[in-house]
Design a protein around this ligand. Structure first.
Ligand code: 5GP
Ligand code: ZN
Length: 113
């Protein structure tokens, strides 16, 4: 768990974040710069830089289950929602700790650009 990693520090409670939900493998917090009425980040407790560095598929499993829980709790499961994982610079990743954007509450566009 790198000392200075922003999301590791949130997992450790060193930096404040609005916790929405959590499970054994991941936490869910509100994005500081929401791009949709619901914009939650699902962050694994363990430090993995990106999908490129994913070694343990169970990490993604814990994230997926928590994303589902968030979608249901936010009341958007029936209408639909979007999960996004940006990887590397071309993918638009700015925080180098794996995370899933859980977005909804409005109709999402495709392609995302
Ligand atoms: P990425 O661009 O890496 O896919 O997503 C990083 C996300 O983290 C962005 O949506 C950005 O708004 C969010 N973010 C960056 N810094 C903070 C912060 O300090 N707190 C919270 N809650 N979100 C942050
Ligand atoms: Zn980290």
């Amino acid at each position: 768990m790198p000392e200075q990693c922003l999301f590791c520090r949130m997992v450790r409670g060193e930096i404040p974040a609005t916790l929405v939900a959590e499970n054994a493998g991941a936490i869910a917090i509100r994005d500081i710069n929401p791009q949709a009425p619901v914009h939650v980040l699902v962050i694994p407790r363990t430090h993995v830089e990106s999908l490129n560095a994913l070694a343990d598929g169970a990490v993604l499993g814990a994230m997926g289950v928590l994303a589902r829980d968030v979608a249901m709790a936010e009341g958007m499961a029936d209408r639909g929602w979007r999960a996004v994982m940006n990887t590397g610079s071309d993918g638009g990743q700015t925080v180098l700790h794996l995370h899933m954007h859980v977005m909804g509450g409005r109709s999402m566009h495709w392609p995302p650009g």
